[in-house]
Design a binder for this molecule. Sequence first.
Ligand SMILES: *Cc1c(COP(=O)(O)O)cnc(C)c1O
Length: 437
Amino acid sequence: MKLYSTKNRNHIVSFKEAVFKGLPPDNGLYMPVHIPTLHNDFFQNIDKLTFQEIAHAVSEKLIGEDIPSADLKRIINTVLTFDAPVMVLKNNMHVLELFHGPSLAFKDFGARFMAGIMSYFLQHDQKHIMILVATSGDTGSAVAQGFYNMPGIRVTILYPSGKVSEIQEKQLTTLGNNVTALEVKGNFDDCQRMVKEAFLDEELNHAMLLTSANSINISRLIPQSFYYFYAYAQTKKYGKPVVFSTPSGNFGNLCAGLMAKRMGLPVHKFVASTNVNDVVPTYLRTGIFSPRPSIPTISNAMDVGNPSNFVRMVELYENDLNALKKDIVGKSYSDNETMQAIKETYNTTGYVMCPHTAVAYLGLRDYMQEAREELCGILLSTAHSGKFFDIVESVIKAKIQLPLRLQETMQKPKQATLIGNTLADLKKILLSMATNH
Ligand SMILES: *Cc1c(COP(=O)(O)O)cnc(C)c1O
């Protein structure tokens, strides 16, 4: 796979370079020069394949020239060790459960695949790298788990002080060893900006090999396309056009779905479901994209005011708003509507959704009502409800059983360093780590 920068079509890099650089030096985003399509045969027989087999076929098509088939297969079998089942919710609505990985959120797919790919490349080069990641909650824990104790790799996580849940904070700050947690006095946009600035800082780039792990990294995007194919495979038997509703913040997850469609996956429509941080639904409605500071909500992993993958979305459609609108419909919901959806769904079906999942549910429900066609609706459930037990329990008025892994994490002491929200604050810490090495 060759990739170009969205700011310069002539800046072309290899897959490996894009994985380790994360961002092009011109501050654009890496995009595949060419997105291949899978054969009809593949889609004819897709329902007979396992998740790993589907992932292997898709990744081979994309990066088969960069990593030999047998190595790809080994990486996939090592990192994709958990399922992504489609459950029936009601009528034609289904839930694609993406929370069966180690951090109980969908970001495990991206983080573990990226860790597998990086360690494959590093084996050959015998290098040390520093992973730098800003998180609004779930990215950090998925990345931390994915890279935990991996030789040659250190991970530094920036998270906004007081703006992640207690569970999220514990998942970020209790691993230790090669994982360092920085608690930033600011919001998620500050964290994201500091990371972006660090990648562009010459002094830091001289001192260490910096690598991104946010959804901007192409190796996180690729595995997120696998489960769209797998969900299609699981619902092919219904023979109805498929609609995906993706609860979105930085829009990496949705972008991966759009890439799957570009690879030939028959998707009728995507619903871009957001909380009140609705810059993309607004763009789809008005054609005007105006980033703004994020507003805190109960679906806090989606509190993003300037979605980093927006550029990729419009790039995929060559800036053609009408083409985008053909494939994607935007929907946004308040916290009240979200809580109402959690409650109603629990009362009528017994199914417990996390707040992010509930936003996707609302988007799917409303779209399917408007569409008035026979559709197969699939909403992406991006986290286990137990990760947000305080809010969810208060809404459904019942106890949630926390997974064992989570109960253990909650017992461990927090280890984090409190820092200011400027690049200078971050540099001081990173440079001291580099000299201690
Ligand atoms: C990160 C996250 C999202 C948003 O995903 P994007 O790819 O940033 O759009 C939604 N739900 C949960 C639980 C998340 O952790």
